[in-house]
Write a protein that binds this ligand. Structure first.
Ligand code: HEM
Length: 518
């Protein structure tokens, strides 16, 4: 919880803090009265919400698990309510109807993301897709990604890069199975997905021996950056104080960003120094991006920082999201052996126990797809999406949403609405066999990849990675907990929603031929 004392401790690093606090307190009281009077004059008031304190607003009461905290507040204040996070107004939306008004009816107005202060530092000033403001440049970057990098044709051509990494993990797990050893499945999935994603990014560039070193360094940097992004930052609550960097977060992020930049340079220089192509390994994303940069400099105006910022999006977007979906799915299935059996039955019928799963099998596996959809319903990866930011003051649900407020859409709560989902807390893939929900953001009761202009750009890649890896893990092994044990599938809020407890389990080989594990 963000405590009042910790906030004042931060403020007290300056001299004359007592006077400053009195001045700020008085001005904020005047400001509140002014806001209140102004909102009364407007035909559409601000949304309701809990009372906050002067200056810090509702900050002291925030709980770390924001999605459940917001769900609780929605029961009291309705499907659209407000909170003051310091001087920043936050609007929280918890119904599919209001989400629709924002992401469909007023899509263009809400098409900006609200950028945290430190996120600008590790993305070369926010020039990537996720943080670029809506406009021609953002459109160009999205088009480039959708048509040239994450298109189905491109994803088809990198099947080999993905397959090799997944097979490597199967080999390791098979060794553990033969030894009867327990594994931390979450850790294995993490390494597997990170390798799969970095393979696609620069797998045909970085030599085998160096890949492990680059991977380890990369992993450390990405984790530290994610941790830093989760620290409540006074610069976000009081943008006017941003330049003082009172908690030193910007400084720490700059250090990490410089290290990451050097790592990118190392990989890019290796690619530029290669006189031949990728020698049959398939084109990696880096190669494609550098080609686009050189061939179409006039049209796209991409420079080297743009290339690095896009790589950054792919790594952060590609790893964290996919790996948590796979981990939650496996945790749910290990707790529900009947569902696991049914999935394995489908795999045995379509693939057979004498072959290994290929990506080409995926369209013939509707039950595995239903497992992915149900996992994304119950354990939404980005429970509040990436907060949006309206470019002009707008009326939504009868309330005024001021320009530049921070809009959280609590999709996690929408996905558990008992008026739409029968037994919403139950993990039941069957509900997706009966109803044809897709990922495209057309039905606002189910929007795991978001909706509207800012819908996830990596949806096709995420779908492939998740389905192929869940199918492989279920087809190659039986998974169980020690007799009589059950694990609670609990969530931990973060950049992405994570499984709270480690998933410790012992794999058991299930294919007919030991050579299928080589
Ligand atoms: C199962 C996997 C994934 C899930 C559940 C997921 C989910 C999401 C969600 C909910 C958003 C926010 C939408 C919004 O703010 O309205 C998003 C945005 C984004 N995702 Fe994903 N994602 C996944 C995989 C990926 C992959 C594989 C990549 C990249 C290769 C990626 C890159 C991005 C980017 C760049 C954005 C920002 C888009 C923009 O601002 O225009 N994601 N994703």
């Amino acid at each position: 919880m963000v405590t009042i004392s910790s906030l004042f401790k931060i403020l007290s690093c300056t001299d004359h803090v007592d006077y400053a606090i009195i001045v700020i307190a008085l001005s904020s009281v005047v400001w509140y009265i002014w806001l209140y009077a102004k909102s009364k004059r407007q035909p559409h008031p601000l949304p309701p919400g809990p009372w906050g304190l002067p200056i810090i607003g509702n900050l002291p009461l925030l709980k770390p698990e924001l999605h459940t905290y917001f769900q609780g507040l929605a029961k009291e204040h309705g499907p659209i309510f407000k909170l003051w996070l310091g001087s920043k107004l936050a609007i929280v939306v918890s119904s599919s109807e209001v989400a629709r008004e924002i992401l469909r009816t007023n899509d263009i107005i809400f098409a900006n993301h609200d950028v945290p202060a430190v996120a600008l530092i590790n993305t070369y000033g926010g020039i990537d897709i996720a943080w670029s403001p809506y406009g021609p440049r953002w459109r160009m970057l999205r088009k480039l990604c959708v048509n040239r990098i994450l298109s189905n044709v491109r994803l088809d051509s990198s099947v080999g890069l993905r397959r090799g990494e997944t097979r490597g993990t199967v080999r390791y797990l098979a060794d553990q199975a033969r030894a009867g050893s327990q594994v931390n499945l979450g850790e294995q999935i993490f390494v597997m997905i990170l390798n799969v994603v970095t393979q696609m990014l620069w797998g045909a560039t970085v030599e085998e021996e160096e890949r492990e070193i680059v991977g380890a360094e990369f992993l450390e940097l990405v984790q530290e950056m994610n941790d830093l992004l989760m620290v409540p930052n006074i610069s976000d609550f009081f943008p006017a104080l941003n330049r003082f960097d009172l908690q030193g977060l910007a400084k720490r992020m700059r250090g990490l960003a410089q290290r990451l930049d050097r790592l990118f340079d190392r990989v890019i220089n290796q690619r530029l120094g290669m006189d031949k192509g990728s020698e049959g390994k398939g084109e990696d994303f880096l190669e494609v991006l550098l080609k686009i940069k050189d061939e179409e400099e006039g049209q796209t105006n991409l420079n080297m920082n743009d290339v690095k910022a896009l790589l950054m999006n792919m790594v952060l977007g590609g790893t964290d999201s996919s790996l948590h979906v796979i981990e939650f799915a496996m945790a749910e299935l290990i707790n529900k052996p009947d569902i696991m059996k049914r999935a394995q039955q489908e795999l045995d019928e379509v693939v057979g126990k004498d072959k290994i799963v290929e990506e080409s099998h995926i369209p013939k596996l509707p039950y595995i797809l239903a497992i992915m959809k149900e996992t994304l319903r119950l354990h939404m990866v980005a429970p509040l999406l990436i907060p949006h930011r309206p470019s002009q003051t707008t009326v939504v649900g009868g309330f005024t949403i001021p320009k530049d407020s921070k809009v959280f859409i609590n999709v996690w709560a929408i996905h558990r609405n008992p008026n739409v989902w029968e037994n919403p807390l139950e993990f039941d893939p069957n509900r997706f066999l009966d109803k044809s929900y897709d990922f495209n953001g057309n039905d606002f009761n189910y929007i795991p990849f978001g909706a509207g202009r800012r819908i996830c750009v990596g949806m096709a890649m995420g779908e492939r990675i998740v389905l192929y890896n869940i199918a492989t893990l279920l087809h190659s092994f039986d998974w169980q907990l020690p007799r009589g044990e059950r694990m609670e599938v609990e969530e931990k809020f973060g950049i992405a929603l994570k499984l709270k407890n480690p998933l410790l389990t012992t794999p058991v080989l299930r294919l007919s031929d030991p050579n299928l594990y080589l």
